[in-house]
Write a protein that binds this ligand. Structure first.
Ligand SMILES: Cc1ncc(COP(=O)(O)O)c(C=O)c1O
Length: 393
């Protein structure tokens, strides 16, 4: 005789933090891919992780590196990253201020939850990577989105107004979703706006290795006036094609890192030991791999841009960094609706509105895809837009 046990949850309402995230979040789950769909929607490299990094993880496991790691991360990895950060910041960096995190996501979460109290004002560009607003809402902070200028760079006048009384400013450079790279002059201007204020900055530089401007990439931590108030947030995901490995790191002024570490340790404990061993090999040996993948993205970005330029009604953004194009379209259809219709034409892209109210009327296309997929996907986009233009007069 089998016994059937039915369980019923007693009265339950999710925590208010959950409701706050749900209310704030613009992130929508994309539908499952169906048969003949070309995806230009992914926010991750299509390359495999460099072979020697994968080998290092396997070797580490075989060597029995399956126990807990120190809470702040493996000392050797933190030392190696401190050396790398010294080169970026131009000032000595102590490994004591490097925290290894479960990817960029957990680094951002630990930073934001370690800084923001309920009611605190947090300024973010609009559009920007949508996780920032979700995390600020989780903490009970007040998100103040600042519309970008028409060229998708910062509107410094609007930024100056918004930053008054702000606890925190969070941005990414190069930018997801716009593909814009903020120059040293822009960062200097930000430092000028913040001079004399207690506002803290989080600089998410996940795409720092993917800058095609021809100028040296300017990290916020290389800028006097920003370095002393900035948490630098980095991940192995994009540079090394390691999205599934879930490893990243933070560096910044000691009190900010200690605060983030307290949150990170509470949420996550320590980061996987063998993954950190592999990350160390990536730092030591991955430069040629980064250069190889970067060159491929740059080439693919040019192909995508040329194909998009032939489509009427699209205004293209400057191709500066990351692996995104963020064209503006002239149809009178909300971006989420347009994206749903485009799927019927066999191409998946992301709605600009997912990244902020001012991302509306844009689409985000990723060129971390094969040349074939880029050509086919953009052709389908062109067909879809032409058909919708006919039906919308
Ligand atoms: C700007 C930006 N920061 C952080 C992340 C998160 O990266 P991770 O995979 O390391 O969590 C992403 C991922 O798309 C991103 O686009």
């Amino acid at each position: 005789m089998s016994l059937t046990v039915t369980t019923q949850l007693p009265e339950f309402a999710p925590a208010e933090a959950v409701a706050r995230i749900a209310a704030a979040s613009r992130r929508k789950q994309q539908p499952q891919s169906s048969g003949d769909l070309v995806s230009l929607a992914m926010g991750e490299p299509d390359f495999d992780t460099p072979e020697q990094v994968t080998e290092a993880a396997t070797a580490s496991l075989r060597a029995g590196r399956t126990h807990y790691s120190p809470l702040l991360g493996e000392a050797e990895l933190r030392e190696a990253l401190a050396g790398k950060l010294h080169g970026i910041a131009g000032t000595p960096v102590s490994a004591a201020d490097v925290l290894i995190t479960h990817g960029g996501t957990a680094g951002l979460a630990a930073s934001i939850l370690g800084i923001v109290n309920p009611g605190d004002k947090v300024v973010i560009p609009d559009p920007t990577y949508s996780l920032y607003a979700d995390l600020v809402s989780m903490a009970g902070g007040v998100v103040v989105p600042v519309p970008l200028a028409a060229d998708l760079h910062w509107d410094l006048d609007r930024l100056a107004d918004a930053l008054a009384g702000a606890k925190l400013f969070v941005f990414c450079n190069p930018s997801n979703p716009t593909g814009i790279v903020h120059s040293r002059a822009e960062l200097d201007a930000l430092a000028g706006l913040l001079d004399g204020t207690p506002t803290i900055v989080i600089s998410d530089e996940a795409y720092a290795d993917l800058d095609y401007t021809g100028r040296p990439f300017a990290s916020a931590i290389s800028v006097d006036g920003l370095r002393d108030r900035t948490i630098y947030c980095q991940t192995f995901s994009k540079s090394y094609a390691m999205t599934g490995w879930r490893v990243g790191y933070l560096w910044g002024p000691s009190p900010l890192i200690q605060s983030a570490a307290r949150i990170h340790n509470t949420f996550n404990g320590s980061v996987n030991t063998f993954i950190q061993d592999a990350a160390l090999v990536a730092v030591r040996t991955g430069d040629a791999d980064i250069a190889r993948m970067r060159a491929a993205y740059e080439h693919r970005g040019e192909i995508m841009r040329a194909e998009l330029a032939a489509i009427p009604g699209l205004a293209l953004s400057a191709p500066e960094g990351a692996f995104y194009q963020f064209p503006r379209y002239d149809l009178d259809i909300p971006s989420a609706e347009l994206v749903a219709k485009l799927r019927e034409f066999g191409v998946a892209v992301r709605p600009g509105g997912e990244f902020g109210a001012h991302g509306e009327n844009h689409l985000r296309l990723s060129y971390a895809a094969s040349e074939e997929a880029i050509r086919a996907g953009v052709a389908r986009l062109g067909e879809g837009l032409a058909a919708l233009r006919r039906s919308h007069g």
